[in-house]
Ligand binder design. Structure first.
Ligand code: HEC
Ligand code: HEC
Ligand code: HEC
Length: 156
């Protein structure tokens, strides 16, 4: 656990870095399919909302690593995450420590959302991947794509 002096120092250092981060936030970034946008505190703190690419992580780690061992609740925005905790090795900081994954000084890689984007799961998997079964015989040039909304059967 961090001493309170260290925690205060970190808070001060972070707000200084936040200014730098904003100044260099030129790259265009927005949430993509399957991402979780986390914005309990970021907007209010003058940072871009965090975009957590769930699929990117899910294909690399078992659910249990994050949702049991690291204690992430199964709910977008359901964890009270702040930078002191992250730097202390909790939540994202269990891996983004410069050893298992790139370190916390890459502010803009996490704080990549468009300002004002609320906490949400950006496009649920069910919306995109679960559609009616393909009509048999009519599928010669049908392609399966996660980026195209499935056609609704509409009860015809
Ligand atoms: C590994 C991902 C990650 C990186 C890198 C990262 N953050 Fe964060 N940060 C988060 C998450 C997640 C939250 C919680 C977001 C929310 O609820 O709004 C957060 C919240 C914050 C907050 C609001 C809460 C608080 O602690 O005051 C500030 C300010 C902040 N980050 C600044 C920074 C700065 C400055 C950097 C670079 C030095 C940085 N962050 C790097 C993930 C990251
Ligand atoms: C690298 C860490 C990590 C792994 C691995 C991971 N998750 Fe998550 N998951 C998260 C985070 C972070 C959130 C968002 C929490 C927040 O916003 O505070 C989340 C949110 C969720 C949610 C709620 C949002 C939604 O999509 O409806 C569900 C459900 C979920 N995860 C299921 C899973 C399942 C199932 C697996 C394994 C196939 C998995 N997660 C693997 C970190 C992870
Ligand atoms: C269980 C370990 C683990 C946890 C927890 C974790 N990450 Fe990651 N993350 C990784 C690894 C490993 C990479 C790949 C690093 C690399 O390519 O060098 C990565 C990459 C990323 C990327 C870049 C994805 C891309 O397309 O290149 C982002 C953004 C990111 N993490 C954000 C977060 C945020 C935000 C959190 C907390 C909500 C978090 N991560 C928690 C392990 C983790």
């Amino acid at each position: 656990m961090l001493g309170s002096t260290l925690a205060r120092w970190l808070a001060a250092a972070l707000s200084a870095l936040a200014v730098l981060a904003l100044a260099s936030a030129a790259r265009t970034a927005s949430a993509e399919y399957g991402d979780v946008v986390i914005n309990n505190y970021s907007d209010a703190a003058g940072m871009r909302p965090v975009v957590f690419p769930h699929w990117f992580h899910r294909i690399r780690f078992r659910c249990k690593v994050c949702h049991a061992d690291l204690g992430f609740e199964f709910k977008a925005g359901g964890n009270e995450i702040d930078m002191v905790k992250i730097i202390d090795g909790q939540f994202c900081g269990a891996c983004h420590n410069g050893e298992l994954a790139w370190a916390v000084d890459n502010c803009n890689l996490c704080h990549a959302g468009l300002p004002g984007t609320p906490t949400q799961v950006h496009e649920s998997t069910l919306q995109k991947l679960v559609g009616p079964p393909p009509a048999s015989g009519a599928g010669a040039n049908r392609t399966v794509s996660a980026t195209q909304p499935a056609q609704s059967g509409g009860g015809q």
